[in-house]
Design a binder for this molecule. Structure first.
Ligand SMILES: [Cu+2]
Length: 342
């Protein structure tokens, strides 16, 4: 052991660092890593720890040694001779910290830049915060919009969250992804991540936003891509054709007035649609059934089946529904409105 107490303290400090640093690096301080950026961020954290702990030990050793060694003793007067003019020492203690801090800052900047840059084929999820829940909006194939209170994400697919709020400031955080951003009224913020681990994680609001703040938590499911696509398409409903027609039939209240077995409808105000194809053959001589049905939806008063009142069918469907939706409805009615004989 060297005689100098400073040298001894440095040796003890080095030994303590050599033992404790690996231990602290091997402990899992953080939640599971579930995105690519989580790995990058944790590595950055480890590098900062490895660089700063020895420096911390060195500085604290010299400080503690100086406090003890140069403490005031009985009979001491004044501060001792001043130290001035050691240019070499001053250059060393400015240049070394400057190089250390700027290289760590550069590394951190590169990591952040890499996490934030636009990824190829990224999917956009709109996130909306409101007191006290999160909701998510996706665009499915064909431009259909899907709204959900649970976040589903396909594994290994880059995603960009575009974040808004309906009321106060919230903060959208997924601890396992290591990323968050405030949701600020009037602007759209964002962050990007690529989930890389299947599982169920927590979405947390991490900005005090009112009385229910602590309950503003929901779940994110990271699932295989096929599962995600199936979920999204199910939420979106059928894109075209009779499937969409059936959905529109239910959504537009058609069942209130018409009977149609395929839609479980038993209304008696308007004509029985289980025989709409026969009606078309009877009343619209020579025209295809589709033309008759389309006209009955878009301009119902152009022809009213005898025995039913005029102007009872809303005259506005031609404006409310898109051409694609009307075609889907017509297809559905042709497919299901001719099968049952009465
Ligand atoms: Cu909140």
């Amino acid at each position: 052991m060297p005689k100098s107490p400073l040298a001894r303290m440095l040796i003890y400090g080095a030994i303590a660092t050599a033992i404790l640093l690996p231990i602290s690096l091997s402990i899992d301080w953080f939640p599971k890593q579930a995105s690519k950026s989580a790995h990058q961020i944790d590595t950055l954290y480890d590098v900062l720890l490895i660089v700063s702990v020895p420096i911390f030990v060195l500085v604290m050793t010299v400080a503690i040694y100086s406090v003890i060694r140069f403490r005031a003793r009985p009979g001491d007067t004044g501060d001792g001779p001043p130290i001035h003019g050691n240019a070499r020492l001053e250059v060393v203690w400015v240049v070394i910290p400057f190089l250390l801090v700027s290289s760590l800052a550069t590394y951190a900047w590169i990591t952040l830049h890499d996490i934030e840059k636009k990824k190829r084929g990224e999917m956009i999820v709109h996130v909306t915060g409101q007191q006290f829940e999160w909701s998510y909006r996706y665009t499915a194939s064909g431009g259909r919009t899907v709204q959900s209170n649970t976040l589903y994400l396909p594994v290994n697919k880059p995603v960009k969250f575009e974040i808004n709020t309906k009321d106060v400031i919230h903060s959208f955080w997924i601890p396992q992804f290591r990323l968050k951003s405030d949701a600020v009224p009037g602007i759209t913020t964002n962050w990007r991540a690529t989930p890389d681990r299947l599982g169920r994680y927590e979405v947390v609001c991490t900005e005090l936003c009112g009385a229910g703040h602590s309950l503003m938590r929901s779940t994110v499911y990271v699932v295989p891509e096929q599962t995600f696509t199936a979920w999204l398409n199910k939420q979106a409903g059928p894109a075209t054709g009779p499937g969409l027609g059936k959905q529109l039939f239910a959504q537009n209240g058609c069942s209130g007035c018409h009977t149609l077995a395929a839609a479980g409808a038993t209304g008696k105000v308007g004509p029985d649609l289980d025989r709409v194809v026969q009606d078309a053959a009877r009343y619209a001589k020579g025209q295809p059934a589709a033309t008759y049905i389309r006209q009955s939806i878009v301009t119902p008063n152009a022809f009213v089946v005898p025995g039913f009142p005029r102007s009872t069918m809303p005259q506005t469907f031609g404006k409310q529904l898109t051409a694609q939706q009307i075609s889907a409805l017509v297809q559905f009615l042709i497919q299901s409105g001719g099968g049952k004989k009465k």
